[in-house]
Design a binder for this molecule. Structure first.
Ligand SMILES: Cc1cc2nc3c(=O)[nH]c(=O)nc-3n(C[C@H](O)[C@H](O)[C@H](O)COP(=O)(O)O)c2cc1C
Length: 191
């Protein structure tokens, strides 16, 4: 299953980016995860939405062609980082490339709550008419105190967290497969 991953942090030592890499490696037999470069997307401009810059066109093409989306993001000021919101805004206009995509959300922070507030907003955003993504219900991956749960090589060392991720990814694969079949039955197979 081809998965486009969006990471909400461009920080060099980002925990969230490391988690995306960890998932890419650990679940490579189930998911073919490709981490997209959303940091190089220009700010969304409604004047350009019909004919966006090449980098945006390429990004939207890759999202359209993906079987599913993985979002791994920190929380900024109790919400979604602007860089991630910007990428989603591009996706939401003209050709609405997130529509019907099965989405798995995860987030990590050194704080206790592990991006709870961000993810509440993110689920709301992904339900907007221009998005209409199919977010895996439940299965909320909040990795708090992440600095105590990873080693310097970027592996998650906390067994409970890894076991939970294994379960969530299994649920996601089943969910995405079911959604794909439903889309096919509805005649939207090549959306
Ligand atoms: C602008 C900004 C706002 C932040 N706001 C929050 C917040 O609301 N909640 C939280 O748990 N952490 C917050 N943090 C701390 C981040 O969780 C922390 O920097 C984290 O390591 C960022 O993720 P990353 O390691 O993937 O870059 C904020 C950090 C920045 C730079």
């Amino acid at each position: 299953m081809k998965i486009a991953a969006l990471v909400g942090s461009k920080r060099e030592d980002s925990y969230n980016h490391r988690i995306a890499l960890f998932m890419q490696e650990r679940y490579r037999d189930q998911l073919d995860i490709d981490i997209k470069d959303i940091a190089s997307l220009p700010h969304f401009d409604q004047d350009d939405e019909e004919n966006p810059p090449e980098v945006v066109q390429q990004f939207k093409k890759e999202i359209r062609e993906a079987d599913g989306i993985l979002i791994v993001t920190p929380e900024y000021n109790h919400s979604v980082p602007g860089m991630l919101k910007n990428a989603l805004d591009w996706c939401s206009r003209v050709d609405k490339v997130m529509t019907g995509k099965p989405v798995l959300i995860a987030g990590a922070s050194p704080g206790f709550l592990g991006t709870v507030r961000c993810q509440v907003h993110l689920r709301q955003i992904l339900a907007a008419p221009g998005m209409a993504a199919k977010v895996l219900p439940g299965n909320e991956v909040f990795i708090g105190a992440v600095h105590q749960k990873m080693d310097d090589e970027g592996s998650i060392t906390d067994t409970g967290t890894v076991e939970f991720l294994d379960m969530v990814v299994g649920n996601y694969v089943n969910f995405a497969e079911l959604e794909r079949k439903k889309e096919e039955l509805a005649g939207n197979g090549n959306r």
